[in-house]
Design a protein around this ligand. Structure first.
Ligand code: UD1
Ligand code: CA
Length: 453
């Protein structure tokens, strides 16, 4: 049998005024990824054939985000915000291409899973015209209620239009709907706007289809999957669910999270085998951790690659462009940015390493700073393998330290140091035998004078 074709339509046109933000609602992020990107990732995983995204007028950033995640996605503009059914019809030309199935997903339900999208399509193959994803929220306020008669789905009543008895219904609309492609346009075009808000509600597709003697049904899922996000509080709740899922997935893969509830992950965080993450570590986007690495407590990582068996923290900050080789060690209060630290190299205490490459087994002493910025431009520091940088050195870039070179503590290095050389760049120490007492007496004279003034 030929696989059924499918078009996914993602509605993303709302400004989300209740978010109280200048950012379009669907561009708010959880687990380091926009709400829209979460939805589109589920769509991509569900192997839907074509994807249409409906954006608001001037929402170029939303369209760009859609294309970033699914380059082949087609974007449609809903000129005026006239309701969810009206938004779906913005993609009319895509619907007109006659897909077997149509999946409509709201861009503000980021926790939806690919498997659930597949499950919702299944009844269409069996002849249903409308399948709605339902759930029983702990608080149904604001959601559309599913009006049923026995097993039959009769209608969806929006919160604003529901009677007192309809408001007492616990089963709600999750904002995801599957429509049979053959009937979709006929159903959508029959939907009117006679309701409290004067909008064209997609939810009316159920009543319309029933009027056309077509089959409609609801499939129930867990609340977490269909949490709709209209406010910052709901955004925070969804973040908590996303974090729980990511922690669980990491634990299931064998990562040791000593206190999982204190570790924050991104949707794209990748772990190898036997990785240990101590409490209170934050993984921003684009972090990869290879086998046997350990991330000690209170470290903050973004855009960093951690090689096999490397050690990070406690209290380390790894910024984008950090690449740690196997067994490298980055210790407490060390910040690394745009820098490659080769295998076995160490910077164990209080350093800044930016725009640099550090050769294998080099040792960066406590307090070393790469002075990468001259106020106008950024410059690179190159440190050869097995070089030794004495504590509290300032390496003024652009500068290169050769392999095996030795930099005396407290040096300010402004010129290249050849391989194997010793460089000292600091004031020479002066020692005056017996002069301590003379200095003290001078000081006490100074004090007496100050009193008599
Ligand atoms: C909607 C449903 C409600 C359901 C809830 C689930 C309708 C009428 N109501 O309510 O039954 O329980 O979601 O979360 O469908 N959008 C557009 N253009 C528009 C209007 C909305 O693109 O003209 C988009 C929004 O960006 C959003 C989605 O559609 O992503 C849902 O709109 P929203 O206003 O959040 O609907 P709810 O009131 O939450
Ligand atoms: Ca919503």
């Amino acid at each position: 049998m030929k696989a059924r074709s499918c078009l996914a339509i993602v509605l993303a046109a709302g400004e989300g005024t209740r978010m109280r933000s200048g950012l379009p609602k669907v561009l708010h992020a959880i687990a380091g990824r926009s709400l829209l990107a979460h939805v589109l990732a589920a769509v991509a995983d569900a192997k839907v054939g074509a994807t249409a995204v409906v954006v608001g007028p001037g929402q170029k950033a939303v369209a760009a985000e859609a294309k970033r995640v699914i380059p082949g996605a087609e974007c449609f503009v809903q000129r005026a915000r006239r309701g969810t059914a009206h938004a779906v019809l913005a993609a009319k030309s895509a619907i007109g291409r006659g897909p077997d199935d149509i999946l409509i997903i709201y861009g503000d339900t980021p926790l939806i899973r690919a498997d659930t999208l597949k499950r919702l399509r299944a009844p269409l193959a069996a002849g249903a015209a409308v399948a709605v994803l339902a759930f029983r929220p702990s608080d149904p306020t604001g959601y559309g209620r599913l009006v049923t008669e026995g097993n039959k789905l009769v209608a969806i009543r929006e919160d604003a239009d529901a009677s007192a008895s309809e408001k007492s219904i616990g089963l709600c609309n999750g904002g995801i709907m599957a429509l049979a492609g053959a009937q979709a346009l006929a159903i959508l075009e029959r939907i009117g706007d006679r309701n409290r808000k004067g909008e064209f509600y997609l939810t009316d597709a159920v009543e319309v289809a029933n009027g056309m003697k077509l089959n409609t049904l609801a499939i129930e899922v867990e609340e977490d999957e269909v949490r709709g996000i209209n406010t910052k509080s709901q955004l925070a709740e969804a973040e908590a669910v996303a974090q729980q899922r990511l922690r669980k997935a990491a634990l299931d893969r064998g990562v040791t999270l000593v206190a999982p509830e204190t570790v924050f992950l991104s949707a794209d965080t990748k772990f190898g085998k036997d990785v240990v993450v101590e409490p209170f570590v934050v993984f921003g986007t684009k972090v990869t951790v290879e086998d046997n690495a350990i991330i000690h407590a209170f470290s903050h990582l973004v855009g960093a690659h951690i090689g096999k068996g490397a050690s990070v923290g406690p209290y380390a900050r790894l910024r984008p462009g950090t690449r740690l080789g196997a067994g490298a060690r980055i210790g407490n209060f060390v910040e690394v940015k745009e820098a490659v630290i080769e295998a076995g190299a160490k910077a164990n205490h209080l350093s800044y390493i930016g725009d640099a490459s550090v050769g294998a087994d080099a040792n960066i002493g406590a307090g070393t700073i790469t002075c990468n910025y001259d106020g106008a431009e950024k410059h690179r520091t190159t440190i050869g393998k097995k070089a030794f940088i004495g504590s509290n050195s300032a390496l003024v870039a652009p500068v290169a330290i050769g392999a095996g070179a030795y930099i005396g503590s407290g040096s300010v290095i402004t010129k290249n140091v050849p391989a194997g050389a010793l460089a000292l760049a600091r004031g020479r120490q002066v020692v005056k035998e017996g002069s301590a007492a003379r200095l003290r007496s001078l000081k006490s004279i100074g004090k007496k004078k100050a009193h008599s003034d």
